[in-house]
Design a protein around this ligand. Structure first.
Ligand SMILES: N[C@@H](CCC(=O)N[C@@H](CS)C(=O)NCC(=O)O)C(=O)O
Length: 259
């Protein structure tokens, strides 16, 4: 038996259930494919040094042009490959561990186009609702790093992204909620197209793909950051006839956590 894949994720304060939407892309893929792995938890300020040490490439750049190192990242001892960025990781996993496939033949480009559309239509809107809550789930060191780097990106305090907070009923909050609701409604309309063809569960029909993983990871992130019993999650559950909680329930069996 070869050694398990090493999967790099971010720890969560007060719970062992993972919260990061990006790392869930990879965790879902590993869980759905049934690939053995073990998790290495890395605090935010340690991501860059740890990724450099394991030889993972940066996935993007900071505003000032410096490379940005991010998780998820994996190291596969059976091939010696170390790889970062959830889209690069899914490509690697599909090649190396093709069954079950999360990318129907010839559809990777289409799924990447879906990712852009999904992010623009609803992913960013959901992110805006959750971002101020992220620090509550981090250790003091990671929370300080997250606040400092994200406040620099947004040019404002996290709490000022939605003035008064998402449950305040303020004009700003309600605008964000409307944008998220409209976005989810558009996403539902895409899924509904399959219903007309007699297939409705997933974007490609009966079996789960990376496209659905992108959606589930974002919903799970919102649920975990706002809280299962929060007003905010209740509100999301009420959209589109309860479809989003049902959608996430389909993924319950993949919510295992090899930490
Ligand atoms: N495009 C990357 C984005 C990953 C990403 O942004 N990860 C965040 C955590 S959710 C990160 O590692 N940030 C590092 C930092 O802020 O220094 C992917 O899909 O994997």
């Amino acid at each position: 038996m070869s050694e398990p894949i090493v999967f790099y994720d971010i720890p969560r304060a007060h719970s062992t259930f993972p919260w990061s939407p990006n790392t869930w892309h990879t965790r879902y893929a590993l869980n759905i494919k049934g690939i053995p792995y073990r998790t290495e938890l890395v605090e935010f300020p340690d991501i860059e040094p740890v990724l450099k040490k394991i030889g993972a490439a940066p996935s993007t750049k900071w505003a000032d042009g410096r490379p940005q190192y991010t998780v998820p990242a994996i190291h596969d001892p059976s091939t010696g490959v170390t790889i970062s960025d959830s889209d690069n990781i899914i490509e690697y996993l599909e090649k190396q561990y093709p069954s079950p496939s999360l990318v129907p033949k010839g559809s990777l480009g289409l799924i990447m186009a879906f990712r852009s559309a999904f992010t623009e239509v609803v992913g960013d809107q959901l992110f805006a609702l959750a971002i101020a809550g992220v620090t509550h789930h981090l250790s003091p060191r990671s929370a300080e790093y997250f606040r400092r780097t994200r406040e620099e990106i947004f040019g404002k305090k996290l709490e000022d992204i939605i003035l008064g907070g998402i449950d305040s009923g303020s004009e700003g909050a309600e605008k964000c909620w409307t944008a998220a609701q409209d976005g989810l409604n558009t996403l539902a309309s895409w899924y509904n197209k399959n219903e007309a063809l007699g297939k409705s569960l997933y974007l490609f029909g009966d079996s789960v793909t990376y496209a659905d993983v992108l959606v589930a990871a974002r919903l799970l992130f919102i649920r975990e950051i706002l809280g299962k019993d929060s007003k905010g999650w209740e509100r999301i559950k009420s959209f589109d006839g309860g479809r989003w909680e049902r959608f996430l329930n389909n993924f319950e069996k993949y919510h295992t956590n090899n930490s």
